[in-house]
Design a protein around this ligand. Structure first.
Ligand code: GUN
Length: 294
């Protein structure tokens, strides 16, 4: 069994990006600038955005954090997005999800300038991804592809089962794994909350990518020998033995499933850090496209 070590690979990627930033600086050019909008004070979202900003510092990017109140109106948020769209200093930005109920998420995603949409959530970028055109690939799926690439995990002709159809992970992942090329060329089954007898499907899988949010959902008797397992779940489970009062738990019963797996991602230290590294990569790409235009 080989651990797909997202912590190590994400550090390698950040080192590679930091080298690129050094070259940019040496030429006297402007370094990449990522901005993040966060609405409200949800603990998990604040943690993720904090990690994204710290990662920017580590590779030498500029970063801007825009923190807005939970009670902000949709119009105010759209105005803030417009400001970032027209700020020539900013190469790319994200609006951290989820958003409060008074805000229509679809309107927000549509408002982001596709050239600055480093999350790859705008319908234009999502459509380009589905059509094999160059675009920003959403960071979590991009990170999973990168892990397959760097560890040489064979995906061609394999049966990939994706669990969860979220717009951020499951849906794009199902599209990417079926695309022509490597990683891709898989036969993909997209399962979700209405799927019947899911264990009959997961037992046939060569590769399982789970993004469900149910702690330790995937058990050893649901997988076949030699499976590759990618765990995108990050649920906070109460744990009094921890100082912060919770532990981060994935969708996979790692203890038992890892004994049957050929490759597996841990939680934490698997997909999570890869997401951040790939967001930085998309920001570097956004800056390149931006400077080619101006
Ligand atoms: N919420 C959970 N994951 C993500 C992500 O990748 N991007 C944004 N913007 N919000 C998220």
């Amino acid at each position: 069994m080989i651990i797909l070590d997202g912590k190590k690979i994400s550090n390698d990627i950040k080192d590679e990006i930091a080298e690129e930033v050094k070259k940019i600086k040496a030429k006297g050019e402007k370094v990449p600038h990522l901005a993040a909008i966060i609405v409200g004070n949800d603990g998990a979202s604040l943690t993720y955005v904090g990690s994204k900003v710290r990662a920017c510092e580590r590779v030498g990017f500029e970063s801007t954090l825009v923190q807005l109140s939970n009670t902000i109106s949709e119009v105010e948020l759209l105005d803030t997005i417009e400001e970032l769209n027209s700020d020539d200093n900013i190469d790319g930005f994200i609006v951290q999800l989820p958003l409060p109920d008074q805000i229509d998420e679809q309107k927000v995603l549509l408002a982001v300038n596709p050239d600055k949409d480093v999350d790859g959530f705008h319908p234009m970028n999502f459509g380009r991804m589905a059509l094999d055109m160059s675009t920003f690939i959403p960071a979590t799926p991009f990170g999973i592809l990168e892990l397959f690439d760097r560890y040489g995990v064979e995906t061609s002709g394999k049966h990939t089962v994706v669990i969860g159809r979220s717009h951020i992970v499951g849906r794009p992942m199902s599209i990417l794994m079926g695309r022509k090329g490597f990683p891709g060329n898989s036969t993909v089954t997209l399962t979700h909350s209405r799927t019947k007898n899911i264990e009959d499907i997961t037992r046939q899988a060569d590769i399982i990518i789970t993004a469900l949010g149910i702690p330790e959902f995937l058990k050893a008797d649901m997988v076949k020998e030699g499976v590759t397992v990618v765990d995108v779940g990050i649920t906070r489970v109460p744990d009094v033995s921890k100082k912060r009062g919770y532990k981060i738990t994935g969708d996979v019963d790692f203890e038992s499933v890892s004994k049957k797996a050929s490759y597996i991602t841990p939680v934490p230290g698997g997909v999570g850090p890869m997401t951040i590294a790939m967001l930085l990569k998309n920001t570097l790409l956004a800056r390149e496209r931006h400077s080619n235009k101006s």
